[in-house]
Design a protein around this ligand. Structure first.
Ligand SMILES: [Zn+2]
Length: 153
């Protein structure tokens, strides 16, 4: 089942991010024919870059790889509800479908906060499917922040 395996790949990226000490979020860009174009996990700490969210890295990689500025007919799988910055990038990239896992009531920008896709200014609205493997994605985040508190860092 393509649907589930793409989110599994995103979860794998999230686990790898956690292993690097990054907030465990992973993203995968998939072409219309099901080909996985790019995968990424958060690298804000490693790159000293507050914009190095999984979604942005995956979108940048996919565009660079394909030599295009838009990912029309491509889908994005991400383990956590995108923040407003990433939701904006999803709009600009013309992502066809967005599949995401856990809800982010604190920093999310799709179902919470800025609700970027619902804003009248939004010029491209992807199809949105939430709650995909949500419990797994959420557990990764819970474990990561619990471990962080445990070490006092
Ligand atoms: Zn983001």
């Amino acid at each position: 089942m393509v649907f589930r395996s793409n989110m599994s790949l995103a979860l794998e990226q999230a686990r790898e991010a956690a292993a690097r000490g990054e907030v465990p979020v992973g993203a995968v860009v998939v072409a219309a024919d099901g080909t996985v174009v790019s995968m990424a996990g958060n690298r804000t700490r490693e790159l000293n870059d507050p914009t190095a969210h999984a979604e942005l890295l995956a979108i940048r990689d996919a565009c660079a790889l394909l030599g295009v500025e838009r990912l029309t007919d491509h889908d994005l799988y991400v383990t956590l509800e995108p923040c407003p910055m990433c939701a904006g990038a999803i709009v600009n990239a013309r992502i066809r479908r967005l599949y995401y896992g856990a809800q982010d009531s604190k920093s999310g920008g799709v179902a919470h906060g800025a609700r970027v896709f619902s804003h009248p200014q939004c010029h491209h609205v992807p199809e949105v499917y939430d709650g995909v493997s949500a419990s797994e994605a959420e557990q990764l985040l819970v474990d990561f922040f619990a471990a962080k508190r445990g070490t006092g860092s």
